[in-house]
Write a protein that binds this ligand. Structure first.
Ligand SMILES: Nc1ncnc2c1ncn2[C@@H]1O[C@H](COP(=O)(O)OP(=O)(O)OP(=O)(O)O)[C@@H](O)[C@H]1O
Ligand SMILES: [Mg+2]
Length: 308
């Protein structure tokens, strides 16, 4: 696939948009608390990627610990630095086509690009990508059928086409790719992840993969993929654990609108082990009992709920 750098005009238009810093928006789920150390590590990895050392960050943790939210917050930081962000989420309930998280993220990258630039970015990989994204044919017109190859060779060519496309897109504007819930990824998607990890090179790309590390049986395909990924120089791992008591206090404060008593913070932290989802659920339950979000009452009810 040709390096897509010949059409300067397009690229300038594409990258000028990226140069405008985007203001951070309030997250629909509310304030983000804690995670300063982890975020500073992740921002370090992002900065490396922006300097042209393609990187991959794998974020692990139990359900509800905040992996997706962390990736979202990092994505906001990335956007504010002019990075384009693409998201692919694995579908665990069955029925999704192979490569589903990749299909979603590549699709989102092709969406707002005009036909000429799209053709350039896809280069000779267009035949492979068009198999994933039938809409590409709608935009670009007739595309030759891919050459008939044996399955291994065809897969290799697909991997190369996807990687080259990502690098071309990132040459126009730095790119962050989030692949959420990798514990639900199909084996081909994990193979592609390994391929991409080995090929990021000097691309201004950060790939962030999140996964539940508590649900991996020995024969889970991710268990085989993780040590392979760990061998790649560009891959970093980060495990999220429960929020500290001080962060739980802040979390309660932003949810309930009052500074919680120390004993309530201690009890919530003890009960939830700082898992943000459990903290939220505890308070949703209290709010239902109070019947409204009357602020002072919430502390009384929460304390009572936790003692019950
Ligand atoms: N540091 C945080 N500050 C505030 N809210 C948070 C924080 N981390 C997570 N949350 C909130 O907690 C809830 C659970 O977080 P999230 O969905 O990111 O967990 P997860 O680890 O991705 O879970 P799963 O394994 O089920 O995908 C979300 O509503 C999220 O907004
Ligand atoms: Mg999640």
């Amino acid at each position: 696939m040709a390096e897509a750098n010949s059409s300067r005009g397009h690229y300038i238009a594409f990258s000028e948009a990226s140069a405008v810093p985007v203001e951070r928006k309030e997250h629909p789920a509310g304030a983000f608390v804690g995670r300063e150390r982890e975020m500073s590590q992740a921002l370090g990895v992002l900065e490396e990627a922006l300097r042209g050392r393609g990187s991959m960050l794998l974020v692990a943790g139990e359900p509800g610990i905040g992996k997706s939210r962390f990736a979202d917050e990092l994505a906001e930081e990335a956007r504010s630095r002019g990075v384009q962000v693409a998201l692919g989420r694995c579908w665990e309930a069955g029925g999704a086509p192979a490569y589903w998280p990749w299909v979603q993220s590549v699709r989102s990258l092709t969406k707002h690009v005009d036909a000429e630039l799209l053709r350039e970015l896809l280069g000779s990989g267009v035949t492979d990508i068009a198999q994933w994204l039938p809409e590409v044919r709608g935009i670009l017109g007739e595309i030759a059928a891919p050459a008939v190859l044996d399955p291994d060779a065809a897969r290799f060519r697909l991997f190369d086409s996807v990687t080259t496309f990502l690098k071309s897109a990132a040459a126009a504007r730095p790119l962050m790719l989030i692949l959420d819930d990798l514990q639900g990824a199909d084996t081909p998607s994990l193979l592609l992840l390994r391929f991409v990890a080995g090929a990021l090179g000097d691309g201004r790309i950060l790939v962030v993969g999140t996964y539940r590390d508590t649900e991996l049986d020995a024969d889970h395909p991710l268990v085989a993929a993780l040590p392979e990924l760990a061998r790649e120089r560009c891959v970093r791992r980060l495990t999220l654990r429960g929020l500290a008591e001080v962060d739980v206090a802040r979390f309660i404060e932003v949810m309930a609108g009052v500074t919680p008593h120390g004993s309530l913070v201690w009890a919530v932290h003890d009960e939830t082990e700082g898992n943000p989802l459990f903290v939220q659920e505890a308070f949703d339950c209290c709010w239902r009992r109070v019947g409204s979000r009357r602020r002072p009452a919430i502390q009384v009810v929460a304390s009572a709920c936790l003692k019950a």
